[in-house]
Design a protein around this ligand. Structure first.
Ligand code: CA
Length: 227
């Protein structure tokens, strides 16, 4: 099936050129020039990937991201010219899976889209595994995570990260290895994406996120799941 990519961007030149490149890659691409239309397309067209600009007319990208997360499991890649870290953190906490800073190279962006699609395909192979550690349970088939029998709302990336950590319990995993396993691309110079996701996972799964008992930081190397 042809993968569908929705480009949400009000700068027409950028949007058109993106859509053109994506279609050249054999993907189906559509463009939304505002947030309202984007939400409508996400509901009705059901794209696999959403490339989302943050500054949009009518409904901004933050709102689109938050609302999209409620109705779609599309991979959301934020496109942002704003480099302040707060934007990145907020974007990821709203459920975005990745971000690309403007100006971006078309090649880099296409490579990320390709990586996402590869990963989605791999994930389609059904394998039902339940990883359990104390009151934390992760079910791979239903993609559910429970803490003390209560479902926890994780983004796709958080889920993948927790899955890798739990399945290799007790093993120290380097930052590069974790990044590679979850993002499927080489780790960029800016490594905060990984830390933001770890931080968020701790908030959602640790009894006391300030003193994590499950996901341990191994200084200078990476992280380890200790249970
Ligand atoms: Ca814009």
């Amino acid at each position: 099936m042809q993968a569908k990519v929705l480009v949400v961007e009000d700068e027409q030149d950028v949007a058109r050129s993106l859509a053109y490149q994506l279609e050249k890659e054999g993907l189906a691409a559509r463009v939304s020039a505002n947030g309202l239309d984007a939400l409508e397309q996400i509901r009705s067209w059901r794209p696999n990937i959403v490339l989302l600009d943050l500054i949009l007319p009518q409904v901004d990208g933050f709102t689109v991201c938050r609302e999209a997360r409620q109705v779609s499991d599309a991979w959301i890649i934020i496109l942002t010219a704003r480099t302040e870290e707060i934007d990145r953190v907020v974007g990821l906490e709203l459920g975005a899976d990745d971000y690309v800073c403007k100006p971006f190279s078309m090649r880099e962006l296409i490579a990320r889209v390709r990586a996402v699609l590869r990963r989605k395909q791999e994930n389609q192979q059904p394998s039902s595994v339940e990883l359990v550690s104390g009151d934390l349970t992760l079910q791979t088939d239903s993609r559910r995570v429970l803490v003390a029998n209560q479902p926890v709302n994780l983004t796709l990336k958080e889920f993948e990260l927790l899955k890798v950590l739990m399945s290799r319990r007790g093993e120290t995993l380097s930052r590069e290895a974790l990044y590679d396993a979850v993002w499927d691309t080489e780790m960029p110079q800016d490594t905060r994406t990984l830390d933001v996701h770890i931080h968020s996972l701790r908030e959602k799964t640790e009894r006391n996120p300030a003193i994590p008992a499950r996901i341990t930081t191994v200084r200078g190397i990476g992280y380890r799941f200790d249970g």
